[in-house]
Design a binder for this molecule. Structure first.
Ligand code: FAD
Length: 467
């Protein structure tokens, strides 16, 4: 094959998995080549996922707080939304962060190739740039980090400007008057909340009996007290969709009845699938499992010694922080670092709605009542929560009855996502309830709800007496 140039380590995909792997590997002295179709690293997370959605959710929360303040004697007018400026602000956030990653990549002397890679052999691949021009290269080791993309619904696989996926929703081309979100998982709820704050009448259709299937129901109950949606259809499937001049006509089939509703647009948020197709995996000598994921060992190595895989393509949970952690482990393994391996006790998860929901480790559904004590501290007993109008929140710990070791935790309320890492750290370090209850937490902060939950393991907490 002509134009061969053997690379020490090639990383395919520059999302939070790929760029974290590339940066760490370069810091460990490896010559890294990073390949991605975008002009800078960032992946789905920075360009079309975590970051733009959180920028918009920040706006949604700002509006909700301003509107809520009338209850405390401070009345704001209903804000006017300038959708073009909102979109341009969101773009600026994305640009600043992705350009920053580009600079960090250059500073580490990483060879960044803009294009799409496809394996042509065990140590060879072909890169197609954005103009369709191809070039070949060979490599000693490779880390595959090609991420995931949105799953469509067969009923909704219509290429039409009014049928959206998350990427379309984040483009903010317009604020529809009426929108149906199909899927009550975290992406559906986060983007649904954004559009509700922008003024859209948002309805949700979810196949299971509640929001966020699989998530702690105590957390979901806190969200339900404040959910911003016009209509919610549980145990409901989208049966048919028809594009009309006036919008999208949708047949929704519930447990008891079928109803037809009209919306300006439909946002499909029913899950994500790994990007393992069109990668030439056969030529490389590996294959994806029946769900499309690449199977790896705790070194993040596939069945081939020189081939690693990280991030969304290796399976659930499909989260950016899991991808980055795997990336750093794979980099250390490729650098020959002894003892490097993927072995987290917990992977925290957060839903960035208002209120935020966050959890890690053992859940109440998984816990065996005989061995595990569940303690719950209501935020109505927290001075800080009451002072900021967050009385409905909740902090929960799951603790081994015998060893008193923290096994899991869940938080619902403002900044829950910034509180959950304390519980994750406690679990990683094998901390006990007394470690948490004896750690002096600053007052008045929401973090005290973690300390007081731990106090509840031993009886009552300073600010909460069980009846
Ligand atoms: C709307 C939305 C909100 C989200 N919010 C959060 C959140 O708040 N927190 C969180 O943890 N996660 C969130 N996620 C999930 C998160 O984005 C992913 O878990 C994360 O991006 C996975 O990282 P990754 O490195 O595996 O892959 P990705 O970020 O998907 O990056 C993969 C990269 O590989 C590139 N690529 C694909 N094929 C090739 C090829 N053949 N050659 C070269 N490059 C290729 C892709 O173009 C992409 O740039 C969100 C996702 C969405 C859609």
């Amino acid at each position: 094959m002509a134009n061969k140039d053997r690379k020490e380590l090639v990383i395919i995909g520059a999302g939070p998995g790929g760029y974290a792997a590339a940066f760490h590997a370069a810091d460990l002295g490896i010559k890294v080549t990073l390949i991605d179709p975008e002009v800078n690293p960032g992946g789905v997370c920075l360009y079309r996922g975590c970051i733009p959605s959180k920028a918009l959710l920040h706006l949604a929360k700002t509006k909700e707080e301003a509107m809520h303040a009338s209850k405390w004697g401070m009345k704001f007018e209903e804000p006017k939304i300038d959708i073009k400026r909102v979109a341009s602000w969101k773009e600026k956030v994305v640009k600043k962060l992705t350009e920053g990653l580009g600079q960090l990549s250059k500073a580490r002397n990483i060879e960044y190739i803009q294009g799409k890679a496809k394996f042509t052999g065990k140590n060879e691949l072909e890169v197609t740039d954005n103009k369709g021009k191809t070039s070949d290269l060979s490599f000693e080791k490779v880390i595959i980090a090609t991420g995931s993309s949105a799953v469509g619904l067969p009923e909704l696989e219509i290429d039409h400007e009014n049928i959206w996926d998350a990427t379309d929703a984040l483009e903010l081309k317009e604020i529809p008057k009426k929108m149906l979100v199909v899927g009550g998982g975290y992406i559906g709820l986060e983007l649904g909340s954004v559009y509700a704050a922008l003024g859209t009448k948002v309805s949700i259709a979810e196949m299971t009996p509640g929001f966020l299937p699989g998530t702690d129901r105590d957390l979901v109950k806190v969200f339900e007290k404040n959910e911003p949606f016009k209509n919610v259809f549980f145990e409901t499937k989208v049966e048919k969709v028809k594009i009309t001049k006036k919008g999208v006509k949708v047949s929704l089939k519930g447990k008891k009845e079928e109803q037809n509703k009209k919306f300006d647009c439909v946002l499909v948020a029913v899950g994500r699938k790994p990007n393992t197709q069109n990668l030439g995996l056969k030529k490389l000598g590996i294959s994806a499992n029946e769900k499309g994921f690449l199977e790896v060992d705790n070194k993040r190595r596939t069945k081939l010694e020189h081939v690693f895989a990280i991030g969304d393509i290796t399976g659930e949970p499909m989260l950016a922080h899991k991808a980055s952690h795997e990336g750093r482990i794979a980099a250390e393994v490729t650098a020959g670092k002894k003892g490097a391996g993927y072995d987290p006790k917990v992977i925290p998860a957060i839903v960035f709605t208002n209120p935020e929901l966050a959890w890690c480790g053992l859940t109440e559904e998984e816990a065996n009542e005989k061995d595990v004590k569940v303690v719950k501290f209501p935020w109505s007993a927290s001075g800080r929560a009451v002072a900021i109008g967050e009385n409905t929140g909740l902090t929960k710990l799951l603790i081994d009855k015998e060893t008193e070791v923290i096994l899991g935790g869940a938080v619902a309320g403002k900044n829950a996502g910034s509180l959950i890492p304390e519980i994750a750290l406690a679990i990683e370090m094998g901390s006990t309830a007394s470690d948490l209850s004896l750690t002096i937490h600053p007052h008045p902060t929401l973090s005290e709800t973690i300390m007081e939950s731990a106090e509840l393991f031993y009886g009552d907490a300073t600010h909460y007496k069980k009846s």
